[in-house]
Design a protein around this ligand. Structure first.
Ligand code: SAM
Length: 238
């Protein structure tokens, strides 16, 4: 009995030490993300808002990557998540989140659920996130992981995000995390006036441009180029 108690205590201690390591690593990742932001100056501000930094510092990225990648979870780079796909670089996730100016009342559409990380960051800042993934195995895994982590305000589905999610439109913001050849017209239609879309546009396997689109009150679209990026392609039948 004593041996069993000692064993349980040891296992709990190891688990606690692991979690502490991840917390420290996440803190260091955030310092790196902010340093990167100051160097890159992709936004008008050199730094991210407090709300975005808090969200990034809260989401447990290590729980959303495959087990074999956990030790790299807080490095500021993309990581493989299987099926030829990646979880985006933390700096890019922070940048895309900042660009849509999330508000606690917002309803946001994400195209490309992947690991569920971007959805979790958005979910920490807005009322509800709808996220679409085209690869079934990833859609299932992200949906399970997000539920296990308690993100009740994220709804995921399997489908082609090129067409948006009409049923839940219009959206205050749309975040596309795969590179499209052009901005999908259904996404523009499903955006509220005053809303924002952030999307990488360009050819697969080449550098793309991260675009920020804003829909004005009279449905005019204003487009700004933000940064050169590299994303996996938006696939599907379109
Ligand atoms: N947001 C993800 C995360 O936080 O892990 C990263 C996504 S990864 C860079 C891009 C994702 O978009 C992949 O999982 C890919 O399968 C998905 N994707 C590609 N084309 C899609 C489409 N037409 N509709 C929905 N998802 C798509």
């Amino acid at each position: 009995m004593k041996l069993l108690t000692c064993l349980l205590l040891f296992v709990s201690f190891v688990a606690f030490a692991d979690e502490l390591d991840y917390t420290v690593a996440r803190f260091e990742m955030m310092e790196e993300v902010q340093r990167y932001a100051r160097l890159a100056r992709d936004t008008d501000e050199a730094e991210f808002s407090k709300a975005v930094l808090t969200a990034m510092n809260t989401v447990e990225r290590h729980r959303l990557v495959p087990r074999g990648q956990r030790r790299f979870a807080y490095e500021n780079r993309p990581l493989p998540i299987g099926h030829g796909q990646t979880i985006s670089q933390p700096y890019i996730v922070a940048l895309m989140t900042e660009l849509v100016e999330p508000d606690p009342d917002d309803v946001v559409l994400e195209v490309g659920t992947g690991s569920g990380y971007q959805a979790a960051v958005l979910a920490s800042l807005v009322r509800h996130v709808y996220s679409i993934e085209i690869i079934e195995a990833l859609a299932t895994r992200a949906s399970n992981d997000l539920a296990e982590l308690g993100y009740e305000n994220v709804t995921t589905t399997l489908g082609d995000g090129y067409y948006g999610w009409e049923e839940h439109a219009p959206f205050d913001a749309i975040v596309v995390t795969a590179a499209a050849g052009h901005v999908p017209p259904p996404l523009i239609e499903q955006l509220k006036p005053g809303g924002r879309i952030v999307i990488p546009v360009g050819h697969r396997f080449m550098t793309q441009q991260l675009l920020l689109l804003e829909k004005t009150a009279d449905d005019e679209i204003l487009t700004r180029q933000i940064a050169a990026v590299r994303f996996v392609p938006l696939t599907g039948k379109h």
